[in-house]
Design a protein around this ligand. Structure first.
Ligand SMILES: Nc1ncnc2c1ncn2[C@@H]1O[C@H](COP(=O)(O)OP(=O)(O)OP(=O)(O)O)[C@@H](O)[C@H]1O
Length: 530
């Protein structure tokens, strides 16, 4: 028996799985890659389960531990045996893998630990360079690379319970994409990545506070912003649509500023939302009977809808004044090669976040399409867009704007160079159609059986055997499936050197620092003279 020999195949084999019995003293590890040698045929497999027994203790009538003590006194050590289940991955030709064998491997075939050089060859980057995500969980001498082409064209989901290492995985992937000169856009819902620094030469990160020029909003986007739709409030929607159209016409004729001034509201003469607000306000003041064709005509019975629309516009303009900025540039204009743009959404509520993300994704796709069609719009492609907290923005039970935009990118992004990466701690809360189009998945620890079942249903390459590992994974350990890897793998994600805000709190250290600095509330207020 060589040092890499683990055991022999036990009788009762199938083309898809076998059991092995281990040599004495050898304990195979779950997740370990093995090679089954059957004559000239070499089959790569993975150990999916290990069971240990003790021959002298296996009589059915040994129902009390005292019996075990008595036997152990006689024999000192029981003769332990180990059996392991092996799932077949494919037939090996050198380091090339084809499909699973068509006939079962013969009993008593040798089972050996897969050699490092073969595994290194399997997990190395395709065209000389790739995304170095970490190493095999059972073999830290084997680096694992993901194929960026596949991530960009078949998308990616990173799923796990909180604290299992999702954000670190995102940081590693972004760092690697930028190292390759790539372009990335991250929607940072909790300001976790804002102002982070990445560990890669020549790459850079820009954190932007989102701003939207109301002029770039479609009528449906404005309606969403003020919380109405044709279905929920038909009259208001129709009045809004007319005001939107009239404001645009006035803006083109450079007359919008007059209306904004006449209405006595704050606003840049180019601010379309201020213009809509002005038109609705003047129409309310005129009680529907104005001769001015740019104002809204309405019957007295519809006054309630006009007043309600006015109240909503006032509320939205006041609430979102920091984001709705006339003449603001597009977020996608910040993208560049070797650059990560972090959109800091931490200060925004869910409704506005949804509009910013949905609108930016659609602009991204639109620009990429135009560039592809040869129009002279500049846009660096391909771009990986990352949505954190995907269960909020791309939910299964609600019709959000981001849902619409993400599903368009999931379907069409591949053709135009827009990849999507969804990150979530509540997989079952994500829209199932979109999740299943994230063909590549990195799944760190997932405990809830419902989440596991949901992921399983939405993942083409994920077997039951692999789902079994999910609850027991340690921080940073992950099941990785999809065409970004040649074969599914259990990996340990490497720790990124990026500095982020979202890392786990070190409570004792922070309290100690506070005590040392005498950082107490009363001292603080007396120091600032309050
Ligand atoms: N691969 C890893 N190796 C070692 N430590 C890790 C690894 N991944 C994450 N950690 C550590 O675990 C902690 C949590 O990681 P991280 O913030 O990435 O988890 P998360 O799943 O994104 O959590 P949350 O859902 O709360 O955002 C961090 O302090 C991080 O340093």
């Amino acid at each position: 028996m060589g040092s890499d020999s683990l055991g022999k195949v036990a009788p009762g084999t199938t083309p898809l799985s076998v059991q092995m019995v281990a040599y004495e003293g050898v304990i195979p590890r779950v997740g370990e890659y093995v090679i089954l040698e059957d004559g000239d045929v070499r089959v790569l497999g993975m150990i999916t389960d290990v069971i240990m027994g003790a021959s002298e203790l296996e009589r059915e009538d040994l129902l009390q531990a005292n019996y075990y003590d008595k036997i152990l006194k006689l024999i000192e050590r029981p003769s332990n045996w180990i059996k392991a289940s092996i799932k077949m991955i494919g037939v090996l030709d050198g380091s090339n893998i084809s499909g699973t064998p068509k006939i079962p491997v013969s009993p008593a075939a040798d089972v050996k630990r897969a050699p490092t050089n073969i595994l290194t060859e399997i997990f190395k980057p395709n065209d000389g360079d790739g995304i170095r995500i970490g190493s095999l969980m059972t073999r830290d001498d084997v680096d694992v690379y993901l194929d960026p082409d596949e991530i960009l064209s078949r998308h990616l989901a990173i799923l796990a319970v909180t604290g299992a290492g999702k954000s670190n995985t995102v940081a590693v992937i972004l760092e690697e994409i930028l190292r390759l000169g790539g372009v990335a856009l991250l929607f940072d819902v909790h300001s976790e990545y804002s102002n982070m620094s990445l560990d890669c030469d020549g790459c850079y990160v820009e954190t932007i506070q989102p701003e939207i020029d109301p002029l770039t909003l479609s009528i449906d986007e404005v309606a969403k912003l003020i919380g109405i739709s044709y279905e929920s409030a038909a009259k208001m929607y129709i009045f809004l649509k007319r005001a939107h159209k009239n404001a645009k016409n006035l803006l083109m004729r450079e007359e919008l500023g007059d209306y904004i001034r006449r209405a006595g509201i704050d606003g840049d003469p180019q601010d379309l939302l201020a213009g809509i607000h002005a038109i609705v306000k003047l129409s309310a003041d005129e009680e529907g009977g104005s001769d001015d064709e740019n104002l809204l005509r309405y019957e007295y019975r519809d006054r309630e809808s006009i007043l309600s629309l006015l109240a909503r516009l006032e509320h939205v303009r006041e609430r979102y004044s920091r984001v709705l900025v006339s003449r603001a540039g597009e977020i996608v204009d910040h993208l560049n090669y070797g650059k990560l743009v972090v959109v800091d959404l931490g200060q925004l509520d869910t409704e506005l976040t949804d509009i910013v993300v949905g609108k930016t994704l659609l602009t991204l796709l639109d620009r990429a399409k135009k560039r592809r069609m040869g129009s002279d719009v500049w846009m660096p492609i391909p771009v990986l867009s990352v949505i954190e907290e995907a269960h909020i923005l791309v939910p299964s039970m609600m019709d959000t704007y981001t849902n619409y935009a993400a599903s368009k990118i999931a379907r069409e992004g591949r053709k135009f160079g827009i990849g999507l990466c969804l990150v979530s701690q509540r997989p079952k809360g994500i829209n199932t159609d979109i999740l299943s189009q994230m063909v590549n998945k990195i799944i760190l620890r997932v405990i809830e059986p419902e989440d596991q079942a949901y992921i399983r249903r939405a993942t083409e390459f994920l077997s039951e055997d692999m789902v079994k590992y999910l609850p027991s994974l340690d921080i940073g350990e992950a099941v990785v499936v999809g065409p970004m890897l040649k074969i599914p793998a259990l990996i340990k994600v490497r720790l990124s050197k990026a500095k982020r805000r979202g890392e786990s709190l070190k409570a004792r250290e922070l309290w100690k620092r506070g005590i040392e600095r005498k950082d107490f509330r009363d001292d603080y207020y007396s120091a600032i003279g309050d």
